[in-house]
Design a protein around this ligand. Structure first.
Ligand SMILES: Nc1nc2c(c(=O)[nH]1)N[C@H]1C(S)=C(S)[C@@H](COP(=O)(O)OP(=O)(O)OC[C@H]3O[C@@H](n4cnc5c(=O)[nH]c(N)nc54)[C@H](O)[C@@H]3O)O[C@H]1N2
Ligand SMILES: Nc1nc2c(c(=O)[nH]1)N[C@H]1C(S)=C(S)[C@@H](COP(=O)(O)OP(=O)(O)OC[C@H]3O[C@@H](n4cnc5c(=O)[nH]c(N)nc54)[C@H](O)[C@@H]3O)O[C@H]1N2
Ligand code: SF4
Ligand SMILES: [Mo]
Length: 911
């Protein structure tokens, strides 16, 4: 396989999710990138989702962190690196190694991660390096280790296609792992007997292909899977031979499961799932041999996350459905290199390369391998405890790399305070202004995706290369280089003298082989890259995707390795070689709803944004799908809380407050609300959902309870609302005066939504003042407080304001592209009248690939009486690209049908 083809396409891996899709990219003349799916990559075989496809739009230099700085003053690398090294060394000398910490990320490459772990655990001599994977995968890691003896995902993607039943639990695969979802969907279309069950409190886009959706009571998964285990035993659907030969602890696990599942009625009450649905689920699992259970954050991010994981692993072990084609539990990883980080030892409680603290032989091996006498001997602090230690002053210096904890850790107020008080905060990032960089003493510019080079491992344990495609702007450097330079200045030069990422990869691969070459070795580990331990730089450069373990050196020019499963022979990585059943018992979430906080807040992802939006937020196209912070609630709850669709709501909890736009939907259960995780201080006044979330965690994994927070909801009081379309960000003073603001990136500028306690006339006066002069002005105002004001320079819109008492009645989606296109008479008329004609009538983009708008779709559905996604796709082309909008098209069909029904009902009622 050649990595660069004749027409200069370079093979690399997507910057986003753990599916790890192969991409081919080539630079365009204007410094952007052309992107296409890599047909030969076994994760995606050429497919890409909307985020992957839009990567080319996000490689501009807008907002980049270009130079190192100390206390806000730009400097060269040398003083910045000297400062970091000397401040860390001073703290260590005075207070010991546990007074410093690294907080790193699944968005680092394996090489970066390896070097960071080596410096902290190997040479500083503290376990205090933890990662945002604590928030993401740590319950899976803990569950895997308990059951299998090692943190291993047993299956591969092909299993989703080979299964006869795929269960998606706590996973919105359609939006969060879209290409894997597309593969599943295609398999189901080809083979309709493949059944899909979704277990999720919400009706998500993933339910579009579900034969059964269990809208589970949040947090009750252990009870559900215990019910399943008890059912399997009661109805003789166990695999007694497998249990006897390959597992231990079954009786205790079953006894515990039976206590949770004594009768179906009680189980129905705990889980909120009807007895009929429970039986249907149990029966389908029992009677289907090939079952894959895909799980993600609805399982992991819970105060019972690890037990949730083991409750479902128990059911797979009890039926021997693991390590076989089309069978197995499947934890899908979130970040592009969540898996790689787990491999090298990025979590505070593992040592390195799947070797553990507390194992003297392994500690000895690692010490010798790294040639260090200061290896950490005990685990470090897990993320939440680490930030508590920063808050209380025990940790006095922290280095944050490739993560934005001021947004993504729970209890934002504490995190903010901890980082403000901490004597020395270093942040390595690619972006200049994030909630976390605002709190840094030293800022270090890192290379971003398309500039950096190294490896990542995806959910199916497949290692792929990320390759350099573009020059790095400013002084940006690879993370591994930055860490190594600091290590050298701390006196550890001999161990960090790397010239190239290939050196690091080779060293890491060699580490996985330590006493791991014969089946009899006591330190035997599944993670073994002996086949990659001698790659030359050229072979590393050419490396094709490889699934671990890699025992033989691959012919690098060959196609990628075939799919491999682990534990196929029933041999596990535990001391006895047998898998462990874990007796688990349902426990309700730690915080319960009360009169003061009567609703359950669930938080998670939307289709087109990635985390704190530092990259996806740069793409106007991706911003259109969900343009501002929103809270989705059931219409019945809206009525109780005096809220209507489109209004702004205040959401409060014991920990803080968020403001978001109300969306009404029966996709959430009455009593639950859903808020996306993506907004932060740079994009909204109070959109950071972690402001509401408490620091409670799973006691085993340390993973926070992100999916269950008691909250209250009330209308936000405001006297007027506005939309401002502007080429430059609005002044902070203007924004702080507002009761609410949010900022959306549009082509050539920003679209702000504002709400103010002031009356419309006063708000309009303030906004109009901020506009600069222009060739022409168009203005409209009405007696009932409606203002429209446009500034036009040579037929291009410079600035536009719409002020009203409420935006509810005003479609603003058509304004998104207007800063970037010459105005014509019909647009100018619309700017002033609000009446849309011609192409303006198409509406908000639903299908980002084919650029089909909501109004066009709704009109087609209504006028042509379309009832299926296939009909809509045939008629409008929408959904024929990456297909990740098909769920939304389905929702539009339902919305139109619902509207039509309610209109019919209303008409019938009147007549
Ligand atoms: N578009 C997009 N894709 C992403 C990301 C992104 O930011 N944007 N981030 C990536 C990362 S890092 C991750 S970790 C993954 C996360 O991928 P997912 O885990 O699929 O995403 P979430 O939206 O966090 O949560 C999944 C679902 O869990 C459900 N849930 C909540 N509580 C419960 C419960 O008690 N039980 C069950 N069974 N379900 C529950 C939620 O309603 C939600 O639909 O996505 C990755 N992919
Ligand atoms: N309420 C709630 N909170 C959550 C979750 C939830 O479901 N609900 N999910 C949690 C999960 S699963 C996750 S994974 C986290 C994600 O949360 P974060 O990791 O905080 O989110 P990102 O926005 O991805 O932050 C990555 C940062 O690294 C920078 N960056 C990107 N590439 C590089 C690089 O190569 N080097 C360096 N040095 N910097 C780089 C980006 O610019 C960005 O600032 O959020 C967690 N928080
Ligand atoms: S599915 Fe994930 S890895 Fe693939 S293109 Fe989309 S975001 Fe990238
Ligand atoms: Mo994640």
């Amino acid at each position: 396989m050649s990595t660069t083809t004749k027409d200069t396409w370079t093979k690399t891996t997507c910057a986003y999710c753990g599916v790890g899709c192969g991409i081919e990219a080539r630079p365009t003349r204007d410094g952007a990138l052309e992107i296409q799916g890599d047909q030969s990559h076994p994760a995606n075989f050429g497919r890409l989702c909307s985020k992957g496809l839009a990567l080319g739009e996000t490689v501009g230099h807008q907002g980049r962190l270009l130079h190192p700085s100390i206390a806000g003053t730009q400097c060269d690398w040398a003083p910045a690196l000297d400062t970091v090294a000397s401040r860390f060394s001073e703290v260590i000398a005075q207070h010991g190694p546990d007074a410093v910490a690294f907080y790193v990320s699944g968005q680092l490459l394996t090489e970066d991660y390896y070097v960071a772990n080596k410096l902290m655990k190997g040479f500083i001599g503290s376990g205090n390096i933890d990662t945002n994977s604590r928030l993401c995968m740590s319950s899976s890691v803990a569950g895997h280790k308990r059951a299998f003896g090692a943190d291993c995902v047993p299956g591969c993607y092909a299993d989703l296609e080979l299964a006869d039943l795929v269960i998606l639990t706590g996973s919105n695969l359609a939006w969060c792992h879209p290409v894997l979802y597309q593969r599943l969907k295609a398999a189901k279309t080809a083979r309709p007997e493949l059944k899909v069950i979704v277990i999720d409190p919400r009706t998500t886009s993933s339910c579009e292909i579900a034969d059964l959706h269990l809208a589970i009571h949040p947090g009750s998964d252990v009870a559900l899977f215990n019910g399943l285990l008890a059912y399997l035993a009661q109805h003789q659907h166990l695999d007694p031979a497998y249990i006897a030969d390959h597992t231990e602890g079954f009786d205790m696990a079953l006894a515990s499961a039976r206590r949770d599942a004594q009768d179906l009625r009680a189980l129905a009450t705990i889980t909120g799932i009807s007895r009929q649905q429970l039986t249907a689920f149990f029966r389908l699992f029992a009677e289907t041999e090939k079952v894959v259970t895909v799980y993600s954050q609805g399982v992991n991010q819970s105060s019972q996350g690890t037990d949730k994981v083991n409750s479902l692993l128990n059911c797979h072990l009890a039926t021997g459905r693991i390590g076989k084609p089309g069978s197995g539990p499947f934890s899908v990883t979130g970040q592009p290199n969540a898996m790689g980080g787990r491999e090298v030892g990025g979590l505070a409680n593992t040592l390195a390369a799947h070797m553990e603290f507390g194992n003297d032989t392994q500690s000895q091996m690692v010490s010798e391998f790294w040639q260090t006498e200061t290896l950490a001997r005990t685990p470090g602090l897990k993320a939440i405890d680490l930030f508590d230690a920063i808050d209380s002053g025990r940790v006095k210096a922290v280095w944050i790399m490739a993560t934005n904890p001021a947004v993504s850790l729970p209890d934002s107020e504490t995190i903010q305070r901890a980082l403000t008080q901490c004597p020395f905060v270093v942040v390595s990032d690619c972006i200049a202004d994030t909630d976390t960089t605002r709190l840094a003493d030293v800022l270090l510019p890192a290379q971003g995706w398309s500039e950096k080079s190294g490896t990542v491992t995806n959910s199916e344990r497949r290692i792929s290369r990320q390759r350099r495609l573009l020059p790095t702007p400013g002084d940006g450097k690879p993370d591994w280089w930055i860490i190594s330079e600091v290590a050298k200045r701390m006196g550890f030069g001999h161990a960090f003298d790397y010239r190239h990422e290939a050196d690091i990869f080779r060293e890491y691969s060699r580490m996985t082989t330590l006493d791991n070459t014969t089946a009899a070795s006591p330190a035997r580990r599944v993670l073994n890259l002996s086949g990659l331990a001698n790659l030359t730089p050229e072979q590393y450069h050419q490396l094709s995707p490889q699934q671990w373990p890699v025992l033989d050196q691959p012919a690098t020019t060959s196609e990628t390795s075939i799919s491999k499963r682990l534990f196929a022979n029933g041999q596990f990585a535990t001391p006895s070689g047998k898998a462990q059943f874990i007796a688990v018992k349902y426990q309700p979430p730690l915080n319960q709803i009360s009169l003061a906080y009567p609703l359950v807040l669930n938080s998670g992802r939307i289709r087109d944004q990635w985390h704190t939006m530092t990259r996806t937020g740069l793409s106007p196209r991706l911003g259109e799908h969900t343009p501002e912070p929103c809270v989705t609630l059931h219409p019945d709850d809206a009525a109780c809380h005096h809220l209507t669709s489109g209004q702004l709501a205040r959401i409060t909890s014991r920990y803080g407050e968020v403001t978001a736009r109300v969306t009404l939907s029966r996709s959430v259960r009455a009593g639950d609300v859903f808020v996306p995780i993506h907004w932060n201080q740079t994009t909204a006044s109070a959109g950071k959902v972690c402001q509401l979330i408490g620091p409670q965690t799973d006691s085993l994994s340390g993973q926070p309870e992100f999916k269950f927070t008691p909250v209250a909801l009330a209308p936000l009081a405001y006297g007027s609302e506005a939309v401002v379309l502007t080429k430059r960000p609005l002044a902070p003073e203007l924004l702080t005066d507002c009761a609410y603001w949010s900022r959306q990136t549009v082509s050539q500028g920003y679209l702000y939504r504002l709400a103010s306690e002031a009356k419309p006339d006063a708000l309009f006066a303030r906004l109009a003042q901020t506009a600069s002069r222009a060739d022409r002005q168009l203005s409209f105002s009405s007696a009932n407080g409606l203002y429209r004001h446009a500034l036009i320079e040579k037929s291009l819109l410079e600035f536009y304001v719409l002020v009203a008492d409420s935006l509810h009645q005003h479609d603003v989606e058509w304004l998104y592209p207007l800063l970037d296109e010459p105005l014509d008479d019909s647009i100018e008329r619309a700017l002033i009248s609000g009446q849309l004609e011609g192409k303006l009538a198409g509406g908000k983009t639903v299908c980002a690939c084919k650029q089909v708008g909501k109004n066009t779709l709704c009109a087609a559905i209504r006028e042509q009486q379309l009832t299926t996604v296939a009909e809509v796709s045939a008629c409008t082309q929408a959904g024929t690209g990456c297909g990740s909008c098909t769920g939304e098209i389905q929702l539009l069909i339902e919305t139109v049908q619902e509207e039509d029904t309610s209109i019919t009902n209303a008409v019938n009622h009147r007549s």
